[in-house]
Each structure stands twice: as structure tokens, then as C-alpha cells.
Design a protein around this ligand. Structure first.
Ligand SMILES: NC(=O)c1ccc[n+]([C@@H]2O[C@H](COP(=O)([O-])OP(=O)(O)OC[C@H]3O[C@@H](n4cnc5c(N)ncnc54)[C@H](O)[C@@H]3O)[C@@H](O)[C@H]2O)c1
Length: 324
């Protein structure tokens, strides 16, 4: 499979390392000539160019990896799809639902893969969470919440919702598997005007499930955690833990017949299933290549990405209705 990559920055270089090991990277494109020279020397079998058109014009290129800043994703992905190339694009592929819808339609019309880089979905801990939810072991899921807090990295352009929230949102939507019917976000820009550094989000789903996200780079704790509360059991995915990434709590409220309608709490075992040590980025890259080879559900990834972009757009609109 012949691949090209546009954007070789802090994150793009990780994608490049993986794709170069899994496929044949034949073009590198970046607006920065210094970056091109550096990575052209490291990957001598790839040609380099500042002109994306040159990549698009090469009939031998099957797929393009887009790892440029977020505001450029839609335009570059659209041009790649129009040129008949499969696309892997970093999250989120567009900043507006309408634009993402257009990308999905373009990919479907041309039978091309459009896969957003929602890295956490390929994390073995998240895969285990999904397995626990879908198996019914937790009982009906009632609420899910994400905590993504730390002191830094303070961004100048993307707010905490777009920079941090996109990760948790992709997981919450994957676990609940419904499109939210109500979305609210509140936050404040304490450091850089217009760039919210602390954001609280609330989502409600048609089934009555609810979700919450606390996103912040102004916080004393480094937290990367997702909690799922089921009717029968509860589970926590904690990415800061080295070994116990997933903890299942056999705890729940119950109404024994002897208490005539009163609630009691039940506390049972607490256990941590073994989670594979595979690199999520490697799994994500392999998954993209398998879709391009025609395996799996090629339309699913793009449509799931559309729900994430729509939710982000609505949360951003809600955030803006609250005076700073
Ligand atoms: N999945 C993850 O966990 C994760 C983590 C970090 C970043 N990201 C995403 O990866 C993307 C890139 O982030 P980064 O940290 O590497 O950014 P970066 O600023 O370090 O790199 C971006 C690169 O794109 C180049 N570029 C900018 N505009 C261009 C254009 N129009 N055409 C060609 N090249 C262009 C820049 O010269 C730079 O080399 C972002 O979308 C970001 O959200 C994802």
C-alpha cells in the first residue's frame, strides 16, 4: 500500500513512524521546508514537497494521512477524497457538522475510507470498557463521565473542549452508542481571552442516560479517567494507572423485598482484568490499513466521527452563550 502524509509535526512524526513500518510511505508534505528536509533525510525512500497538489496528482498514492492543525483538516481531507485517495485524518476532521457530513458523503460516493484519528478508541482499556458495557455485566448503563485535567499544556488557539474534550467525547459516544439530544457546556477563559481553559459539559441521551466531562488545564491533579455507572456494577478506566487501568466495582443500590421499597447499597468484589500492553497508535494505524484493504466496516468510522463533530459544535455553541 502506498501512503503519503501531510503534516509532520509533534504528533505527525508518531503517525509517520508507525505508517512507515506498516506500509510504503512515498510522499511527505509539509508547509515547513525545515521539517521536510529533516524527515526527508530520515525516510529517504519518500519524496518531499511543500505542494500538496503534487501528492494528489500521483496516481500511485492509495491513501493520505492528514496530521496538520485542526482548522486545515476539512480542506485537505476534501481535496484528498476528491482526488480518489483514502484518508486518515487527525481528530476532529472538521470543525462544523455540515463540513463533516460533506466529507462522509464524498467518501461514501467514491467508496473511499475516511477515518478520523480517535486514538482512545484503540486503547485496550477502552476496548475492555466497551466489552463490559455491551456484555450486560454492568446492567443498564445510567451515567458515564470523563475527567481530563492537568496543569498545562496551555494552548493559545484550541480551547479545552476541542483539545481535550474530543478524546472523552469519542469514548462516551462509543460506549453509549446514541446521539445526544441535549448538550450544555460552561467554562471560562482565565488565561487567554476567548480560549476556555476550564470546561464542564453535560450531555443527555434519548434513552435517559446522562454524561459529563470535566476538561481543564488549570488543575492540581493529572487525571485521565472515565467512569461508567451501571445499574448492577460500576467500572473505572484510569489511564494514569500503570497496571490497574480498569477496575470493576461490584457495587450497586438494591431494594431487597424485606425492606419494603427502601434502598440499600450492596458492596461486592472489586477486581482489575488484565489489559493488553499494545500501543493504541499502532492498533489505530493497522486498523486504517485494514479498512483500506476492504476489511471491516469502512463507513462506520466516518459516521461515528460525524456524531463527535456535531456534539463538539453544539457544545461550543453552548459555551459561547455563557458570558465570560
Ligand atoms: N490523537 C492524539 O492523541 C493527538 C495528539 C496530539 C495531536 N493530535 C492532532 O494531530 C494534529 C497535528 O498536531 P501536532 O501537535 O503534530 O501539530 P504541529 O503544529 O506540531 O504540527 C503541524 C504540522 O503541520 C504543518 N502544516 C500546517 N499547516 C499546513 C498545511 N496547510 N499544509 C501542510 N502542512 C501544514 C506544520 O508545518 C507542522 O509541521 C492536530 O490535529 C492535533 O489535534 C492528536
Amino acid at each position: 500500500m502506498r501512503l503519503a502524509q501531510v503534516g509532520i509535526g509533534q504528533w505527525g512524526k508518531n503517525l509517520l513512524r508507525n505508517f512507515a513500518e506498516l506500509g510504503d510511505v512515498v510522499w511527505l508534505s509539509d508547509a515547513d521546508p525545515g521539517r521536510l528536509a529533516e524527515y526527508g533525510a530520515r525516510y529517504p525512500s519518500a519524496r518531499t514537497t511543500q505542494e500538496f497538489e503534487q501528492v494528489l496528482a500521483d496516481d500511485e498514492v492509495d491513501a493520505i494521512v492528514v496530521a496538520t492543525p485542526v482548522p486545515t483538516h476539512y480542506e485537505l481531507s476534501k481535496r484528498a477524497l476528491e482526488a480518489g485517495k483514502h484518508v486518515f485524518v487527525e481528530k476532529p476532521p472538521a470543525m462544523r457538522g455540515e463540513e463533516m457530513e460533506e466529507l462522509c458523503e464524498l467518501a461514501e460516493e467514491r467508496s473511499l475510507v475516511l477515518m478520523p484519528g480517535h486514538l482512545l478508541l484503540y486503547h485496550p482499556g477502552v476496548v475492555k470498557l466497551k466489552e463490559l458495557v455491551d456484555s450486560g455485566e454492568l446492567g443498564d448503563v445510567l451515567c458515564v463521565y470523563g475527567n481530563r485535567q492537568n496543569l498545562g499544556t496551555i494552548r493559545l488557539h484550541e480551547n479545552a473542549l476541542w483539545s481535550l474534550g474530543v478524546h472523552d467525547l469519542s469514548v462516551l459516544l462509543y460506549l453509549i452508542d446514541e446521539e445526544p439530544s441535549e448538550l450544555w457546556a460552561h467554562g471560562n477563559a482565565f488565561l487567554n481571552p476567548g480560549v476556555e481553559d476550564v470546561v464542564f459539559c453535560y450531555l443527555r441521551f434519548p434513552s435517559g442516560k446522562i454524561a459529563h466531562m470535566h476538561l481543564s488545564w488549570l488543575d492540581p491533579h493529572k487525571i485521565r479517567r472515565i467512569t461508567v455507572v451501571g445499574r448492577d456494577k460500576m467500572v473505572v478506566f484510569d489511564d494514569m494507572e500503570l497496571e490497574r487501568k480498569i477496575t470493576v466495582y461490584d457495587k450497586a443500590p438494591e431494594q431487597p423485598t424485606t425492606t419494603y421499597g427502601e434502598w440499600r447499597t450492596r458492596t461486592g468484589d472489586i477486581y482489575s482484568p488484565k489489559i493488553a500492553n499494545t500501543e493504541p497508535l499502532r492498533v489505530e494505524c493497522e486498523y486504517f490499513l485494514s479498512l483500506v484493504r476492504g476489511e471491516g466496516e469502512p463507513l462506520r468510522a466516518a459516521r461515528d466521527g460525524l456524531v463527535v463533530v456535531r456534539a463538539l459544535e453544539q457544545l461550543q455553541a453552548s459555551l459561547e452563550t455563557v458570558p465570560a
